[in-house]
Design a protein around this ligand. Structure first.
Ligand code: FE2
Length: 304
């Protein structure tokens, strides 16, 4: 596909200092005030001051100038204005106000982690040795930005912008509640748009080596400040990924994620329309109420 990566996001928050400290603890490297790098993906997060917490911008990597032309024509058909330069294209999603940039850039190559030998009934590849998972003391760092989840008061219009205009592909959906899982890479989802009375950023997700890295990183975060814990450890039904969600001081959820489904052959993947009865998780602790309805968003929707 011509879109090949979720390159970066910009989050606005009222008080950036505490939020920046959170993402440093989370394992991102702050190279300049408010600018953060992952281990593999380069600069992928910016934190800026804004009147209330929200996703300000996201950037997508594309293969070539042809892809910019295709997106410009598709956006024009939707009646959305776009600014074009030789190597980039910018447009604002009308409902959520998120600024989206497409930029021609190289594809991301990632070096795989060492293969972990996992013993199982009838299969013991690790003999006479302790698992490296219990010996590792190194802090687990996010390898790259995985996905971002936004809520939109007109989720159908937001989906049209991202899918029909920008060129995201649909991976799965929950039609009864109007939620769409979309990708701009081979990852099962880089963007989820879900309906809500007011637009807001629900969470960002960060790719870890494996489930041990998810557990080790999240346990360190919660060990330092138990109030950061939101939901985990679990495994999602849609996308199959392990998850553990934390809360940053502004109220955005931040997810450690691993083992997300990967889609490389469009024809081999069947988009599944899940019913709302489909559990949010294949397994995990009960879903906390604040995950479904963040308290500040409920107050905002009620005019508070
Ligand atoms: Fe997620």
């Amino acid at each position: 596909m011509p879109l090949h990566r979720l390159a970066s996001i910009t989050i606005g928050v009222p008080e950036p200092e505490g939020v920046r400290a959170f993402y440093r603890d989370f394992g991102l490297a702050e190279t300049e005030p408010g600018r953060f790098e992952t281990a593999d993906g380069g600069e992928q997060l910016r934190i800026e001051r804004a009147p209330r917490r929200r996703l300000l911008a996201l950037a997508v990597g594309v293969d070539g100038a042809d892809d910019l032309g295709r997106a410009a024509a598709a956006l024009a058909e939707l009646g959305v204005e776009a600014e074009r330069s030789a190597l980039s294209l910018g447009a604002t999603e009308p409902v959520s106000g998120v600024r989206v940039t497409l930029a021609v850039e190289p594809r991301l190559e990632q070096k795989p982690p060492p293969l972990l030998a996992l013993n199982a009934p009838g299969r013991s590849p690790r003999l006479d040795a302790r698992s490296p998972a219990v010996l590792s003391a190194a802090p687990a760092r996010p390898r790259k930005l995985s996905h971002v989840v936004i809520a939109s008061p007109d989720a159908a219009a937001s989906r049209r912008f991202f899918a029909d205009g920008i060129g995201f592909r649909l991976s799965d959906e929950v039609p009864a509640i109007g939620a769409s899982f979309m990708r701009c890479s081979s990852d099962h989802h880089n963007l989820l748009v879900q309906p809500a009375p007011v637009p807001f950023l629900h969470h960002t997700a960060w790719e870890m080596d494996d489930v041990d890295a998810v557990g080790r990183a999240a346990a360190a975060m919660v060990g330092a400040d138990a109030s950061r814990h939101v939901w985990g450890l679990g495994r999602h039904g849609i996308g199959s990924n392990y998850f553990w969600y934390l809360r940053d001081p502004a109220g955005n959820f931040a997810e450690y994620s691993s083992d997300l489904d990967v889609i490389v052959e469009e024809e081999a993947w069947r988009v599944a329309a899940s019913s709302p009865a489909h559990p949010l998780a294949a397994w995990g602790p009960p879903v906390p109420r604040e995950f479904l309805a963040p308290p500040d968003v409920v107050a905002l929707a009620q005019g508070g």
